[in-house]
Design a protein around this ligand. Structure first.
Ligand code: UDP
Ligand code: MG
Length: 312
């Protein structure tokens, strides 16, 4: 039977969490009374996650597993699962039980009210102070730059109507940020508050470097404001430099040539060189992404889809 609900879960080295996850998720799904499927994407795990997931397909007929042949990142893992999903409503979830599966019916009810994208706001977020502060800044910057109204970009417990999923499935971008991408296709977005828990087992799969990369995906993938801001800053600096030159010119006639203050000038110079290199970096970030896109390489490689094989 065609599922009504599709649950999508990216998995990267989550062997300690998967059994607890399915033990909580499966009863919640049964209780909805709707036909459902649970799609895991194994994002190139190096631990026993894939084996555990494959075992699930033998126990739970609703489970399907997309097996990647490498680590392509959380958002690509979700994209791949979207492509094989069939539900009318698709819900994304993290594998580490930071998003309580018990909140799923709340999201479903919100979609059934007629919304096509339902985001979530984490109540009492259980993450480090650094992560929470960084998220707050990213949320503000993203809202300003993209003009999208979303409270909590980082929370992956979200629900999408099939129409939005079909639109997302037509996107071929090699790096993306799913909540923002979905928001661009939403005609009636909504948000609900959900509980948040600490990661059950293991550590966050995002190193500081990966986190910075991810946020670059969000900033550059959905807005060219960084480039525009930089151009604006360039214009302002040039104007200030002209003003400064005029000042020095006049000063020369009044008090004569100056030699003192050379190092102050150096400091100012280094500051602007720093800004210039930063700007080249931003431009490079966009150019790199354009290059990545024009090569048209596969965004991810699916080795095999396990479970419910007869329906492929
Ligand atoms: N994840 C993934 N591929 C990656 C990194 C993470 O599939 O390269 C999955 C991970 O297994 C988890 C979800 O994405 O289900 C969120 O990751 P994590 O909990 O480590 O992120 P955090 O909660 O620290 O933001
Ligand atoms: Mg987590």
């Amino acid at each position: 039977m065609k599922p009504y609900l599709s649950i999508v879960i990216p998995v990267y080295n989550e062997e300690g969490n998967l059994k607890s996850l399915i033990a909580r998720l499966h009863p919640v799904m049964l209780a909805t009374g709707h036909p459902f499927e649970i799609i895991f994407t194994d994002d190139g795990s190096r631990d026993s996650s894939l084996q555990i997931l494959k075992d699930f397909t033998a126990i739970y007929p609703e489970v399907r597993v997309v097996e990647f042949n490498g680590n392509f990142g959380q958002h690509m893992a979700i994209m791949a699962a979207f492509e094989v999903s069939r539900g009318e409503i698709v819900i994304t979830l993290d594998a580490d039980l930071q998003n309580p599966p018990e909140e799923i019916p709340k999201l479903v009810a919100e979609i059934e009210k007629g919304h096509d994208v339902v985001g979530s706001i984490r109540q009492h977020r259980q993450d480090t102070f650094f992560r929470k502060t960084a998220s707050m800044l990213v949320n503000i910057a993203t809202r300003k730059m993209t003009g999208m109204k979303m409270t909590d970009y980082g929370c992956m417990l979200r629900a999408y109507h099939r129409n939005v999923i079909d639109n997302i499935n037509q996107c071929r971008e090699a790096s993306t940020f799913i909540p923002a991408l979905a928001q661009t296709f939403a005609s009636s977005p909504s948000e609900v508050e959900v509980a948040h828990a600490e990661r059950l087992e293991g550590e966050s799969k995002y190193s500081l470097y990966k986190l910075v990369r991810l946020n670059f995906d969000l900033m550059t993938g959905f807005s060219v404001v960084p480039l525009q801001l930089f151009a604006l800053f360039g214009i302002l600096t040039a104007l200030a430099a002209v003003g400064f030159a005029i000042f020095l010119f006049i000063r020369r006639f009044i008090v004569g040539a100056e030699v003192e203050g050379v190092f102050t000038l150096f400091a100012i110079l280094f500051f602007f060189i720093g800004i210039t290199i930063f700007g080249i970096g931003i431009v490079g970030e966009y150019v790199g992404r354009i290059y990545q896109e024009v090569r048209h390489r596969p965004r991810y490689v699916v080795r095999k889809v396990h479970g419910a094989a007869d329906e492929q």
